[in-house]
Write a new protein. Structure first.
Length: 190
């Protein structure tokens, strides 16, 4: 019976993969996983509000780089650089990259509290691989740091002219690109 139990124990150890680490050496920590195979990248999304409600404003689109809305200053509203009295050149308020689409508000004069449940809410990605981030002012190289551009909804490489390299980071480019458009980016604003 002991031999049978030993055999079963050995077969079960060989048939599964285990990942171990010494938690005592890392101290308190946060483990991120998504309930999928380890080959899937972790992506962290955050629910935000599009505070724009002008008649001619367009929805935020997938891949747009957005900043925190410094006028609403509620920690949940995002906007584009230079919109609605927000800083026109400061890129320090980088929030993340839009996932999907976030429409504008259907009424004017609203706040995050009065907008709960309305159409102008959606998600931005604050961490992980985003494969369609808008990029301008190319070329960019693989591994180059990116930040928000003064161009509405776009990212810019840290080696290009424009906002200073000290501006808040959006993340970095995975691939080298010589044309404006979309790029694979690792977002890390959180």
């Amino acid at each position: 019976m002991k031999k049978l139990l030993s055999f079963v124990a050995i077969v079960s150890l060989l048939g599964s993969v285990a990942f171990a680490y010494d938690e005592g050496s890392t101290g308190p920590n946060l483990k991120r996983s998504i309930g999928a195979p380890a080959s899937y990248p972790v992506k962290v999304l955050q629910l935000v509000r599009n505070g724009e409600n002008g008649a001619n404003e367009s929805a935020m689109s997938n891949g747009d780089v957005v900043i925190w809305d410094c006028n609403s200053d509620d920690g949940v509203s995002v906007t584009y650089i230079g919109t609605g009295g927000n800083p026109s050149t400061s890129t320090d308020a980088v929030a993340g990259v839009v996932v999907g689409s976030i429409p504008t508000a259907e009424t004017t004069g609203t706040t995050a509290v009065t907008d709960v449940g309305k159409r102008n809410w959606g998600y931005i990605q604050v961490y992980g691989l985003h494969s369609a981030t808008r990029v301008t002012a190319v070329p960019i190289t693989a591994g180059e740091g990116l930040r928000a551009s003064a161009t509405r909804g776009a990212a810019i490489g840290s080696g290009t002219t424009g906002p200073t390299a000290s501006d808040a980071s959006l993340g970095f480019a995975f691939d080298t690109s010589s044309s404006a458009g979309t790029a694979e980016v690792f977002v890390r604003t959180s």
